[in-house]
Design a protein around this ligand. Structure first.
Ligand code: ACM
Length: 487
């Protein structure tokens, strides 16, 4: 045993000696802005003089890390910058046998919004999985969790005034409508919010409306606007005054719970379920009373009204890009541009000076397959490969009001953690580097070198990542419903 330990130590000494003086790269993902290292290393516990300084003249998330023979000093714009410096230190220590490289690292993000969207309506993962995701987001300096908590398969957020939302609406998943109710209590939410806050991650809830509402409508059918044959009870009813009271009451509880300055109200794909609007009395009455332009006019009325509700609650509205068809508060609100096949919509958002989070299906939807050889996963629009994720965003999708990027983890076909890991890693670090690192500093080959080493960390954590470098023999975790992949 002792002999083994001696050999391991000798090996490590040899390795660190071998690296001394010549390797001035650094094992940090996302790659920092500026790296000026000597190539020498110093054991972390030898750095006895430690200095932390907040320098308000720097951006909040920026930091500078200096390591010399006996001293480590961190200067940062704020607590977030200090935290990110620690993340960089942690990654170095893990990679270099508890040592750091001597020299200076200066770092700051390219984009202010570096997000992940997690859909827990279609499948529910629970607190521990969300915390693990938050840990990995923090590791990669990602700072926004957009939490898709409501949709047709299940309502996952306790609302005290309307308990059936979770008792009834929380039942079922995309794979199985009969599983018992699964959801977050408000105490669970507070626990997760505290966990996220400690990692400098803002959590933005999404309460999808007026579409994607079938779970809520199972609980409170009196607010249903019906749907279509394929998507029954898909919408809330924009024709009823009571619907606005109901949704406002829900949002009031959401506002109490989530400190983020934003509420995401979805607003996507309403047309999936508006067939019944043609015959709904309240909706037809609304069209007549307000002289609305048919069903599109009803959707417009609903979104514009909810925009005012969100503002009256002191929050900024976020919506999928569908909402920008209407007269919302463009200069205040934020759109998630997901229609990659509609660049003209992005142009429209930018012309309106709207803040945009880039979430295009290609290449920000992580429910898509990451390799053509994969059997399972979305495939309609193509494949979301690691290099596509890394290369994003091209200059053509950027404008002064671009806020940043967000990877969207839709979970129709992600029923468990094993498959979740497989779809998220290693695309998440690629996306994080795309969101953090300046274009001039991004080099895919260099990223791959660091990624290879990062996978040692994944192994140590038991993360079931897609083995990008050696996929042969790796089992592809299957979703529950195999038959949906016939296309
Ligand atoms: C979406 O994919 N429906 C935003």
């Amino acid at each position: 045993m002792r002999k083994e330990l001696f050999l391991v130590t000798l090996c490590m000494m040899f390795l660190s000696c071998a690296e001394e003086g010549n390797d001035t790269s650094v094992q940090i993902i996302p790659a920092p802005s500026e790296v000026a290292l000597t190539g020498k290393m110093v054991a972390f516990d030898k750095l006895t003089a430690r200095k932390l300084v907040i320098d308000k003249s720097m951006p909040e998330e920026a930091y500078e890390l200096r390591v010399s023979r006996g001293k480590i000093s961190i200067k940062a714009g704020g607590e977030a910058g200090l935290f990110y410096a620690q993340q960089s230190i942690e990654q170095e220590r893990q990679a270099y046998g508890d040592s750091l490289k001597v020299g200076r690292i200066t770092d700051a993000p390219r984009f202010e919004w570096r997000g992940v969207m997690l859909d827990e309506s279609r499948h529910f993962f629970g607190k521990e999985t969300v915390k693990s995701l938050l840990d990995m987001m923090a590791r990669y300096k990602l700072n926004k969790l957009h939490w898709h908590l409501t949709d047709s398969p299940g309502w996952r957020l306790e609302i005290k005034q309307y308990p059936l939302l979770t008792e009834v609406g929380g039942k079922g998943t995309h794979s199985n409508p009969d599983v018992p109710a699964a959801f977050y209590t408000q105490d669970d939410i507070r626990e997760i919010l505290a966990y996220a806050e400690a990692r400098h991650i803002m959590v933005i809830p999404e309460i999808d409306m007026p579409g994607h509402a079938a779970a809520a409508n199972r609980a409170y059918p009196e607010y249903s606007g019906g749907g279509s044959k394929k998507h029954p009870d898909f919408t809330f009813n924009p024709g009823k005054e009571e619907t606005y009271v109901y949704l406002t009451n829900i949002l009031k509880e959401v506002v109490q719970l989530f400190p983020a300055p934003y509420i995401h109200i979805g607003g996507d794909e309403v047309f999936f379920g508006t067939d019944d609007w043609d015959t709904d009395q309240a909706i037809q009455q609304l069209i007549a009373d307000k002289k609305l332009d048919g069903k599109k006019g009803v959707e417009r009325y609903f979104i514009e009204r909810m925009d005012s509700v969100v503002h009256s609650l002191g929050k900024t509205l976020i919506g999928w890009d569908d909402v920008a068809e209407f007269n919302i508060d463009f200069e205040r609100d934020i759109a998630c541009w997901w229609h990659h096949n509609m660049p003209e919509r992005l142009t429209h958002l930018y012309e309106k000076k709207m803040s945009v989070v880039l979430t295009p299906r290609m290449p920000m939807y992580f429910d898509y397959r990451q390799n053509e050889s994969h059997k399972y996963g979305m495939r309609h629009w193509g494949t979301v490969t690691l290099d596509n994720v890394y290369a994003f965003p091209q200059d053509s999708v950027l404008a002064p009001t671009t806020k940043g990027l967000e990877a969207c983890v839709w979970t129709e076909f992600i029923p468990d953690v094993k498959r979740l890991d497989y779809m998220v890693y290693p695309r998440l670090p690629a996306m994080a580097e795309a969101a953090w690192t300046d274009k001039a500093r991004k080099h895919f080959d260099d990223f791959l070198l660091r990624l290879k080493r990062e996978m040692v960390y994944y192994d140590s954590k038991g993360i079931n990542y897609y083995q990008y470098f050696s996929p042969e023999g790796q089992e592809e975790p299957a979703p529950t419903l195999n038959d949906v992949f016939k296309d």
